[in-house]
Each structure stands twice: as structure tokens, then as C-alpha cells.
Design a protein around this ligand. Structure first.
Ligand code: SAM
Length: 412
């Protein structure tokens, strides 16, 4: 059996990204990396370490397609892939950097952010881990090659990878910098930047050297109170998940002290900017239309600011569902036309579904302790009219709304 690739040496990765490793990976594309015969053959032909890194790539490349269109030519470690910013998010962030001017990608890992940053300007990518630096270089070359073959072809700006500590990076000549410190200590994930080896003191030091920076954080992070007025805080979602929080400083910050919720769509990005507002007067019920804010809006705490902007009310005090009498189209809201509202009681729900010839195709709930899967199993077999069942707590009662999903807007 091959040892886990996590323990593989730099030399094994150097071989992997070289001509022999690449050729072998191309030949093995699509093969089951867990097939005993393949594992035994690779082990025998390559030795345990090289076999381990080859098997690892065969496992990780298909998974990485969700993040990178050029994944099939890239190189990963399990952890590096988990931590990498995906191509769509990285390209979006890169657009906030001054076009054509050089920028540093501090803690570049295997190059997720660096690839995106190189779409708008030259990059100095820095990481202290030699394996990361090697893979980042290989991935940048792979991306360059892939993008040149697209229609229309796309060119990346030059990227220099340096293997060193971020505090040794020369930031003076850079127009701006991006920092993505490791969120793991001793193999355990931590969600607060304060807990990482590179805490806010490092950010302070980097800002002292160059005031125009971006710090990638976990989407679950809240801006530390004393830092909140100094940056613009942007939560970015893609494909229904909030992917990351970015603190923008200096000239990269469009409005220090404010927050932005951004949803990335294939056609572009839709954002809402503001400061969290306390809940306005709640509807204490469900009106003709019901709305669920995008995960980026919820993570940013901007749901009531967005509600006020769009003249919507919260269904309940402190609740996240919004409601109104008029249809509202906004890409940061999933909208539903409400067909029926009733107290959440399974028997009553069953009768209403039969009477209306409804079939539940999706269950959504907030603040209600039920299993959506169980409800879906129970109610999806009846009726011919598809409905979404939304359960919302309104103070001490739970309401069940049978809704028709409105087509999702890709515009504001
Ligand atoms: C979260 S990963 C970066 C992921 C990267 N942004 C991407 O999109 O692929 C963090 C990286 O920080 C590096 N790192 C942590 N502390 C560092 C330091 N003091 N100097 C340089 N690199 C460091 C680690 O080696 C690791 O590769």
C-alpha cells in the first residue's frame, strides 16, 4: 500500500510536475484511483512515494473541477485544494485591484488566488512551503496554457513565485497585496483570523508597509469591532454557498466601515452594500410573496438593510424570511409566490395538499426543529402541482406556506 501523499517529499512532487509525472497522469486519466490492481502496479513501478502522489492527483483532479475549469492539468494536495479560492471568486476579487499594476499574493498556497489575481495584473506570489510554491508555479503554467486555448484566448499577467515568509516579502513596489493565512493549526480548522499563526498584528504590520491590502477570512467570521471601521467587508457567495469574507483596506476599500454582500453568477456579480440595520417592524405573518436572502446577505447581516431598500418586512422579529405584497426581483433574493398559508400541523397540511392537488418538491425551514428530508419523503408523492413548503417561526407559532418558486433574477 502507498503511504499517504501528505507525507510525500518535495522530490516526489518535483517528479510529479515534471514530464514523466505529467505523462503518466495523462495516461491514467479517468481510471479508478482506488482500484487495487492499479495501486499495486503503481506501487511496484514507481515506489511508494511517487505512487502516493499519483494516486492523490487521480483522486483530487475530478473533485477540483468544481473550483477550477483547468483542474485536469493542475496539481493539488488535499489540504491545498480545500483551502484554495476557486477560479470564479479569485477572478472577481482580482477586479478590485488596480488593472495592470503589480500585486503580492501573500500565502499563495497552490495558487488559487494567484491565478485570479494574474488576470488583472502581474503577481508576486509568496508562500513558505516549498511544495506549495512548486505546485503554484505548475498550476500557473497549466492555467496559462488552458486559457490560451479558450475562445477567445485569454492571457495571464506574469507571476513570480517566491518561497519565503510573508513578512520577508517586499511590498513597497507592489500596488496592493492579498493575504490568505492558513486557517488550520495542528491540523484543526479555526474560524477566527485572530487564532491563526498570522493574526491581526501581522495584518497591521503589512498595512504599515503598504496600506492597500485584502485579507481573506472565513465566511463565518465577524469583523473584529476595532477593525470594522478600517475596512470594507465583503461576503461572497457562489452556487448557493457563502464562500469567503474579504476585508478590503486602503484604496481597495470602496467604503470603509460598510459591508457588501456579493453573489457571483455566470453572467457577473450582483452586490448590495450597506450597514446592518436593526429589524424594522415585522409582518408577523406571511404576505403574498416570500423571500429568502442569499447566504452572502445573511452572513453579512444585511438582510434588514436589503429589506428596507426593497420595501419588504421580516416575517417575524429576528427572522430571516422577508415578505411583501408585491413581487420583487433581486438576484440576492430567492422569491416565492405564496399559494396557501396554514399553521404547521401535519394533518392539516396533508388535507390542504390533497385538496389543492399539490406535491411538495422542496422543503425550506428556519428556526423550526423538523427534518426537511422526512417531510419531503412524506409529501412529495401526492398531487400534480409542484410546490415549495416553507416553514417559518413567527414568535410562538410555526407557519407553513405552500409556494411557487419565482424565476431567479440574474439582475438587481
Ligand atoms: C489558506 S492557504 C492559501 C490558499 C491560497 N490563497 C489559494 O487560493 O490557493 C495558506 C497558505 O499560507 C502559507 N503560510 C502560512 N503562514 C505563512 C507565512 N508566515 N509565510 C508564508 N506563507 C505562510 C501556508 O503554507 C499555506 O500554503
Amino acid at each position: 500500500m502507498a503511504p499517504p501523499a501528505e507525507h510525500a517529499s518535495l522530490a516526489a512532487y518535483q517528479w510529479l510536475v515534471g514530464p514523466e509525472g505529467r505523462k503518466l497522469l495523462d495516461q491514467l486519466e479517468g481510471q479508478d484511483p482506488l482500484a487495487a490492481r492499479l495501486v499495486a502496479r503503481l506501487h511496484q513501478e514507481l515506489g511508494p512515494e511517487r505512487a502516493a502522489v499519483v494516486i492523490q492527483q487521480l483522486q483530487l483532479r475530478p473533485r477540483a473541477r468544481e473550483k477550477f475549469p483547468m483542474a485536469q492539468a493542475m496539481f493539488f494536495t488535499r489540504r491545498g485544494l480545500e483551502q484554495a479560492t476557486d477560479w470564479a471568486v479569485a477572478c472577481y476579487k482580482a477586479r478590485r485591484f488596480p488593472r495592470g499594476e503589480s500585486r503580492a499574493d501573500l500565502c499563495c498556497g497552490l495558487g488559487g488566488d494567484a491565478l485570479g489575481l494574474a488576470t488583472t495584473g502581474p503577481v508576486l506570489a509568496v508562500d513558505r512551503d516549498p511544495v506549495c510554491c512548486l505546485l503554484a508555479e505548475a498550476n500557473l503554467a497549466a492555467a496559462r496554457d488552458f486559457l490560451r486555448k479558450q475562445h477567445p484566448p485569454q492571457e495571464l499577467f506574469p507571476v513570480e513565485v517566491q518561497c519565503r515568509d510573508v513578512l520577508q516579502a517586499k511590498l513597497g513596489q507592489q500596488a496592493a497585496w492579498h493575504l490568505d493565512a492558513d486557517r488550520r493549526i495542528g491540523g484543526k480548522r479555526v474560524y477566527r483570523q485572530q487564532q491563526t499563526a498570522l493574526g491581526w498584528q501581522t495584518v497591521e504590520e503589512l498595512l504599515r508597509r503598504n496600506p492597500h491590502g485584502a485579507v481573506k477570512l472565513s465566511p463565518m467570521d465577524e469583523p473584529p469591532l476595532e477593525w470594522e471601521p478600517r475596512a470594507t467587508w465583503e461576503w461572497i457567495s457562489r452556487s448557493g454557498h457563502c464562500r469567503q469574507l474579504v476585508a478590503w483596506f486602503g484604496s481597495l476599500a470602496p467604503a470603509p466601515g460598510e459591508r457588501i454582500a456579493t453573489r457571483l453568477l455566470p453572467a457577473g456579480a450582483v452586490s448590495f452594500q450597506g450597514v446592518p440595520l436593526p429589524a424594522q417592524e415585522a409582518a408577523l405573518g406571511i404576505r403574498r410573496y416570500l423571500y429568502e436572502p442569499d447566504p452572502a446577505v445573511l452572513a453579512a447581516g444585511l438582510e434588514y438593510a436589503l429589506a428596507a431598500h426593497l420595501h419588504l418586512a421580516a416575517v417575524a422579529p429576528g427572522g430571516v424570511y422577508l415578505t411583501g405584497e408585491e413581487p420583487v426581483e433581486h438576484a440576492l433574493l430567492a422569491g416565492f409566490e405564496v399559494l396557501e398559508v396554514l399553521p404547521f400541523d401535519r394533518r392539516q397540511l396533508k388535507r390542504t395538499l390533497s385538496r389543492g392537488d399539490y406535491r411538495v418538491v422542496e422543503v425550506k425551514k428556519r428556526g423550526v426543529d423538523v427534518s426537511p428530508e422526512e417531510l419531503l419523503r412524506k409529501f412529495r408523492k401526492r398531487g400534480s402541482r409542484d410546490v415549495v413548503l416553507v416553514l417559518a417561526r413567527v414568535v410562538d407559532r410555526v407557519l407553513a406556506a405552500l409556494c411557487r418558486r419565482l424565476p431567479r433574477s440574474s439582475k438587481k
